[in-house]
Write a protein that binds this ligand. Structure first.
Ligand code: TPP
Ligand code: MG
Length: 572
């Protein structure tokens, strides 16, 4: 009797609401307080539901801007970035950002509008099969077919995006699903028997690694972005210090180990330091943590870490052994795994000679450039930005030479302040990513270091800076060229500069003025320091058009096809 009375009361409590309202409920339940998006026909009901809600929406001026901003937000906060776009062109404009988030493991939840279920497959107005298009570039994707499924799908989407190896999840919502009314049952749990990421390591494997550490005379830790996702910086520091193991970073791992630490070798890979790459070539034990050994890191695999026992800690089992033969595979989250290793690993190897050798190398072969002549050197510009921000800023970049100089010369010492497109290498990423980063961490200075080429791919987002008065400093490293392409043409194509020079440029200072944004042109070192300080003090949006040497190259470098020990442009 009592049970049926309770059931009746529960039934009467079932709320009826539209799909669009269910989406809003779901977002609130997930604690989402900011969305990045752009409206259109298929998402009109969603935007109408949003109108009544207290969730901040950042209207970028292009969907690509929205998704890169969401990526910047996710990178610096560790929370998922949430994106909304309409069907067809709105959704396809997101594709580059989705692919970028996938390869760089950024947690995003993306909601796309879709044409009504009755016309799917008829080439209806603004129909694109975004689920099909993004199948290979999402961690998971859904198309909602019944309004009642929405709460469960939203719950799952956020769960999948953030757990295990993070990644983008797309939810495609046909317009009639957004408008139709259904019974709302909040979803509080996920039930995904086929998706159970392994976070705790196998202790036998951990013991094997501890034994290898005790034997090693030339160990190296390679820390990647997985360390940052797992918040394992302290554990890595403890591991390195306890056993005197030198540490290098992947491009995306920068900030996971203090750049001024004596055991830090600098970044490894194509434009890494001579010391870091030599260490990877000579080591007898390589401990890769949350890094995926991509080709820009390893150079020619035939020469990569050939003298080493390779141990690889990664939360994604598919990464282990993918590129590099691995003797000690450990599937697990970097934090739990290294914590377990610290408990297990009581004996250190004798690494004194190795640490000394590498310190000597670091001393003899630092990063270098010739700071001569009147023209501002881009490397010097980055050093000045480091000094003026005391290395505390969030720094974002586009892709190209300026990106590599930033990685080499900014000197990251704190986690989650480095925002760059690593795996996909997406020009146009840096500026919108800085907008998302500033929204995510408003208390920190945010500097977008962009190329004169890349900035022109997404500069429409100046409107967002203007509208929100967001104090982001845009530094255009203006070398009047697609510098990285020019560099390769100089070195590998006998100086045939095919379509890589940009002698005709907009006046970036006037362009900023058109958006009501303060700007200055920078041509000398003194300018760089004083104008950057002014920009920092202004606490307002600011653009600096920095005219740097146009023929400067990024060195040292591993040429394509070469091994990690065959760097060119090392300090003579
Ligand atoms: C969307 C996109 N298109 C093309 C490329 C290929 N590419 C890589 S670096 C580069 C040059 C970038 O020029 P700029 O933004 O001025 O940066 P710089 O190298 O001069 O610092 C190009 C064209 C890319 N990475 N992304
Ligand atoms: Mg350039």
């Amino acid at each position: 009797m009592k049970a049926s009375w309770v059931a009746e009361e529960e039934k009467s409590k079932v709320l009826k609401m539209s799909g669009a309202d269910m989406l809003m409920e779901g977002l609130e339940k997930e604690g989402v307080d900011v969305l990045f998006g752009y409206p259109g026909g298929a998402v009109l009901p969603i935007y109408d539901a949003l109108y009544k809600k207290n969730i901040k929406h950042i209207l970028t001026r292009h969907e690509q801007g929205a998704i890169h901003a969401a990526q910047g937000f996710a990178r610096v906060t560790g929370k998922p970035g949430v994106v909304i776009a309409t069907s067809g062109p709105g959704a396809t404009n997101l594709v580059t950002g989705i692919a970028d988030a996938m390869i760089d493991s950024l947690p995003l939840v993306i909601f796309t509008g879709q044409v009504a279920t009755s016309v799917i497959g008829t080439d209806a107005f603004q129909e694109a099969d975004i689920v099909g298009i993004t199948m290979p570039i999402t961690k998971h994707n859904y198309q909602v077919r019944k309004v009642e499924e929405l709460p469960g799908i939203i719950k799952e989407a956020f769960h999948v995006a953030q757990t295990g190896r993070p990644g983008p999840v797309l939810v495609d919502i046909p317009k009639d699903i957004s408008t139709s009314i259904g019974s709302y049952k909040p979803s509080n749990e996920v039930d995904l028997p086929g998706y159970q990421p392994t976070t705790m390591p196998n202790l036998l494997q951990v013991k094997r690694l501890a034994d290898a550490i005790a034997q090693a005379k030339k160990p190296v830790i390679l820390a990647g972005a997985g360390v940052l996702f797992a918040k394992a910086e302290e554990e890595i520091l403890a591991l390195a210090e306890q056993h005197r193991i030198p540490v290098t970073n992947t491009l995306l791992g920068l900030g996971s180990f203090p750049s001024d630490h004596p055991l830090f070798l600098g970044m490894a890979g194509m434009h890494g330091t001579y010391t870091a790459n030599t260490a990877l070539h000579e080591c007898d034990l390589l401990i890769g943590i949350g890094a995926r050994f991509d080709d820009r890191l390893t150079g020619n695999l035939a020469h990569f870490a050939k003298k080493a026992t390779v141990a690889h800690i990664d939360i994604d089992p598919a990464e282990i052994g993918k590129n590099v033969e691995t003797l000690i595979p450990i599937v697990g989250c970097a934090k739990h795994t290294v914590a377990a290793l610290l408990r297990e690993s009581t004996t250190s190897g004798d690494t004194a000679e190795w640490v000394y050798q590498l310190a000597e190398l670091k001393n003899s072969y630092p990063l270098w450039y010739k700071n001569e002549g009147e023209v501002l050197k881009p490397q010097r510009l980055l050093e000045i930005i480091h000094e003026e921000t005391k290395g505390e800023a969030i720094v974002t970049t586009d892709v190209g030479q300026h990106q590599m100089w930033t990685a080499q010369y900014y000197g990251f010492s704190k986690p989650n302040r480095w925002v760059t497109s690593g795996g996909l290498g997406t020009m146009g990423f840096g500026f919108p990513a800085a907008i998302g980063a500033k929204i995510g961490r408003p208390e920190l200075p945010v500097v977008a270091i962009t190329g004169d080429g890349g900035f022109q791919m997404t500069l429409q987002e100046l409107s967002v800076l203007q509208e929100m008065k967001l104090p982001v400093i845009i530094v255009i490293v203006n070398n009047q060229s697609l510098g990285m392409v020019r560099q390769w043409q100089e070195i590998f194509y006998e100086e045939r500069y095919s379509e890589s020079l940009l002698p005709v440029q907009p006046d970036f200072v006037k362009l900023a003025a058109a958006y009501g944004i303060e700007a200055a042109s920078v041509t000398t070192e003194e300018d760089a320091r004083s104008k950057f300080a002014e920009a920092l003090d202004s606490k307002a949006p600011f653009l600096l058009d920095c005219r740097v040497a146009s023929d400067e190259n990024v060195y040292p470098m591993i040429a394509p096809g070469k091994g990690i020990h065959q760097m060119i442009g090392v300090k003579p």
